[in-house]
Design a protein around this ligand. Sequence first.
Ligand code: ATP
Ligand code: MN
Ligand code: MN
Length: 299
Amino acid sequence: VQETTAENAKDMPPKCSVALTHADRIYWPEAGITKAKLADYYLKVWPLVAPFIVHRPLALLRCPEGISGACFFQKHAWRGMSKAIRQVDDPKERGDEHYVAIDDLDGLFGLVQGGVLEIHPWGSTLDAWEKPDMVNMDLDPGPDVSWESVIEAAQEVRGRLADMGLTGFVKTTGGKGLHVVAPLKPKTEWPAVKAAMKAIADAMASDSPDRYVATVSKAKRKGKILVDYLRNGRGATAVAPYSPRAREGAPVSMPLTWEELTATIGPAHFTIANIGSRLAQLAADPWKDFRAAQAVLSY
Ligand code: ATP
Ligand code: MN
Ligand code: MN
């Protein structure tokens, strides 16, 4: 049996043997999304989402009673967790707590069964915990920031990543902002990667102090965008492309082409409910060149 990796995940057959119990449990009441509908969503996007969630440590937002019940952010394995979910150990940590990872669609259905509504992977894979294969610049608009300004910020990040030899890809978050993600060859360790992303955030804040801030604490954020580079540390996570959000309307974090990034597509434009029309309208995966664009950070 071939082992699943982040690289070959999308080619693995979508076998599925995890049974969902209480499949009609409602996870997003207003949107009418049940556990079964969440599983159905993942069946549709599996080849697209697999490279971002398979074979990586995962942090998970679990809401066993749906978004109107209690939700908790969880980094470790839990009692009663599906056997289809793998337990993995951080090579730098000794202890009783195990991280979780998935290998296949069964694992993903195990997460659905466990009430996981959001998937937040590390930016490195189980093959190289210390060397990320992607960076994520998280753009967080404060109050009174126009959506056009957030788009401009993403374009500026794209240009600054290009100056470091990296290709930026953009996605909505399903929340308020945007994420610009760039694939890396896993050659550089976390501290150097984080330093490079901090340099981008600092440069943006010093070149345009009226528009950008690079630190949460200093931030008088009204009217400004926080360029949150802290997603790029060891153990930090960002919501996965195609992950739903535990928010009203069941929005998803949706990869876009740069051409699509216009004012008509807001941060929560795409949802579990409209995924069918999204996939039907797509001529190709908007991030189809993601893996081919992997580069070594030059900073
Ligand atoms: P938005 O566009 O609304 O900012 P977002 O997903 O970028 O959506 P942030 O608040 O900016 O939300 O958080 C960025 C990332 O930090 C999240 O995607 C998540 O992976 C991580 N994160 C969020 N909450 C927690 C938490 N309680 N503990 C650890 N990490 C978290
Ligand atoms: Mn954010
Ligand atoms: Mn943030």
